[in-house]
Design a protein around this ligand. Structure first.
Ligand SMILES: Nc1ncnc2c1ncn2[C@@H]1O[C@H](COP(=O)(O)OP(=O)(O)OP(=O)(O)O)[C@@H](O)[C@H]1O
Ligand SMILES: [Mg+2]
Length: 361
């Protein structure tokens, strides 16, 4: 898939010249000299979090095709069963030799960041394996796979509007937590938020994955100018791509793109469309606040009795603000959480169904 390859290649490009001076090149959290130097509790999931290659082979039936659940830029992902009986997802690093150093860095960022974070809307890292040259990441298993597959026909059933709203809220809470700085004392920019990185468990609870590109924002610094843009086509913040200025708002832009995918059922980038319709944001941005035209872009697979137009209008308005070209005009993720709660409330009320209660998470 050429697009996937380009995306993966682009995602893994790294500046090699000034690693030791550039504050945006990955360094462990200790590097930032946090005021509170008390040791951070390291999340330990069911005891040991370090696995051997033999354990990885045993868990996946020697990486058998029947355990293969997906493939991304880092390598293949397998369903595995640990010796404890726990079902997990095992991501195997498979990179050509010239990309191994960069892959190793992403591997470390993922382990370093994820072991410090705990939130119901972030995928948990159960452990890892760094045996010789072999690298594996072991995550909690997300039975329903990624969000994009559910929106583009591969999932068993189409998601109705209340479920899409719940997934949007879950993802928003995950990003708001990363941005809040409460997790490691420094806000974290995910940098690769997209619908394949929103995973769903058996209850369709949304959890964000793939922190390999994440960046810790040094305290007091609201943006950083980087020479190389990293992420995935279709989700790039235009301000970041044109100026190299990375902010928390770059994640808000990508979140807005996912909102548009939820609303329209279309892909962020669809190379099967004509040249002017390949990019979802460019395709629909101008009609998001036009109530009449908006109806035309609603996912035709969406059950008509699962949504109210009022909630769709509010949702489209939120999405349009998230994908504004000027990053300063986009809402914060905290605001997105509040608005989505209001949209869920509005939709439930309009349909006359039991109103959901919201926990502060
Ligand atoms: N924890 C998990 N549980 C269940 N399935 C998973 C898990 N992690 C990943 N997957 C599946 O494996 C697929 C590949 O994941 P991966 O993160 O390697 O690539 P991607 O996000 O699709 O693309 P890219 O590498 O370009 O970011 C996902 O799309 C998802 O369907
Ligand atoms: Mg992924």
């Amino acid at each position: 898939m050429p697009f996937g390859l380009v995306s993966a290649w682009n995602k893994r490009r790294r500046s090699k010249s000034n690693d030791h001076t550039d504050p945006w090149v990955y360094k462990p959290v200790e590097f930032w000299q946090l005021e509170d130097q008390t040791p951070q509790p390291t999340k330990r999931h069911h005891g040991s979090s370090v696995f051997t290659l033999k354990e990885m082979e045993e868990a996946t039936g020697s990486f058998s095709d029947e355990n293969l659940v997906g493939k991304g830029g880092f390598g293949r992902v397998y369903r595995g069963t640990l010796r404890s009986g726990e079902i997990v997802a095992i991501k195997k690093m498979e990179l050509p030799p010239f990309k191994e150093a960069e892959g190793e860095r992403e591997f470390r960022v993922e382990v370093d960041i994820l072991t410090r974070l705990e939130h119901p809307n972030l995928v948990s890292l159960i452990g890892y394996c760094a045996d010789g040259k072999h690298r594996f990441l072991v995550y909690e298993y997300m039975q329903k796979g990624n969000l994009q597959d559910h929106l583009n026909g591969i999932g068993e059933s189409k998601m109705d509007w209340p479920l899409r709203l719940r997934v949007a809220l879950g993802a928003a809470k995950g990003l708001a937590y990363l941005h809040s700085s409460s997790s490691v004392g420094i806000p974290i920019v995910h940098r690769d938020f997209k619908s394949t990185n929103v995973l769903l468990n058996t209850n369709f609870q949304a959890k964000i994955s793939d922190f390999g590109l994440a960046k810790l924002m040094p305290e007091g610094q609201e943006s950083y100018v980087t020479a190389r843009v990293q992420g995935t086509f279709g989700y790039f913040d235009p301000e970041y791509t044109s100026t190299g200025k990375l902010t928390l708002q770059s994640d808000v832009y990508a979140f807005g793109v996912v909102l548009l995918e939820l609303l329209t059922g279309r892909r962020a980038v669809d190379l099967n469309q004509g040249p002017n319709d390949q990019n979802l944001v460019l395709q629909v941005r101008h009609i998001l606040n036009d109530k009449k035209k908006l109806r035309k872009v609603i996912d035709p697979e969406l059950g008509r009795n699962s949504y109210t137009m009022e909630s769709i209008i509010m949702f489209a308005n939120l999405a349009s603000r998230c994908v504004r070209s000027e990053s300063s005009e986009r809402p914060s993720m905290e605001e997105c959480v509040k608005e989505l709660q209001l949209i869920i409330y509005t939709n439930s009320k309009g349909l006359g169904v039991a109103l959901p209660t919201f926990r502060k998470a």
